[in-house]
Write a protein of this length. Structure first.
Length: 253
């Protein structure tokens, strides 16, 4: 049987094109970022997106390596404990998720930290103990503010001053910072991390502006203000934290 090499080559090219198209389709829209070889692949952002549909927002991020494939090494103590996080800073008013109005930059974060547990209502590893799950990737709302005590131009999860009684979400974990532990389970598959968030109190007709960030955080060595600093920003999808992403619920209906 005579083999037509031209047909074979064209077929292979078509299959390759289709595979590439399908791969690209997974990360359409949102913020497209260029892979950078100097960034750890697990935190090298190539895509960030938020999609609104009805009262649910899907927060999506893709990296050039395996999402969630790298975790901090446990130190055995809270002081100086490290955390890694995939973060979506937004323009959503902090009031809409249970905090005071305009308290800072509201961000959704998917985090892991082996030295402490800040989700006391949930048993992420399924061992009937709700106090030993910090090393399992989990979700938070956090309010971020600039704080030079964390370093020049650095951010911190906003502290709650001693004696203050600010408005807090029902699932606030009891730490003296503006952090919520709502229990939404992140899904980490291959190069992507996603979280589906029901917006019970957020006005779902508003346009959400967002960005994508991968970062390292650290608990203060003296367990004092600021308690939880962003110590390393590994990557920013936009490059400048300008929140160029746009999720419009009207366009998804």
């Amino acid at each position: 049987m005579k083999i037509n090499m031209v047909s074979i080559i064209l077929t292979l090219l078509l299959v390759s094109y289709q595979q590439t198209s399908f791969a690209d389709a997974k990360h359409q829209g949102g913020i497209q970022a260029i892979s950078q070889t100097h960034i750890q692949p697990e935190f090298d952002i190539v895509h960030a997106k938020v999609v609104m549909k009805d009262n649910v927002a899907t927060f999506h991020m893709a990296v050039s390596g395996k999402a969630g494939g790298l975790k901090p090494t446990a130190s055995g103590k809270l002081a100086g404990a490290k955390a890694y996080a995939y973060v979506w800073p937004t323009n959503i008013d902090s009031f809409d998720v249970g905090f005071e109005r305009k308290a800072g930059i509201l961000a959704l974060a998917v985090a892991t930290h082996p030295d402490f547990d800040d989700t006391p209502l949930f048993d992420e590893n399924g061992d009937n103990n709700t106090n030993n799950d910090g090393n399992v990737w989990h979700s938070h709302w956090v309010v971020l503010v600039p704080d030079e005590r964390c370093g020049k131009g650095a951010l911190t999860v906003k502290d709650i001053p001693k004696g203050a009684k600010p408005r807090l979400p029902k699932t606030w974990p009891g730490l003296p910072i503006l952090l919520d532990s709502p229990g939404w389970q992140p899904i980490l598959t291959g190069e992507t991390v996603e979280v589906k968030v029901p917006f019970d109190s957020v006005q779902t007709d508003q346009v959400i502006h967002y960005d994508g960030v991968t970062a390292g955080l650290r608990v203060s060595a003296n367990l004092h203000a600021p308690l939880f600093c962003v110590t390393n920003v590994f990557d920013v999808a936009s490059g400048d934290l300008s929140l160029p992403g746009r999720a419009d619920p009207k366009e998804s209906k």
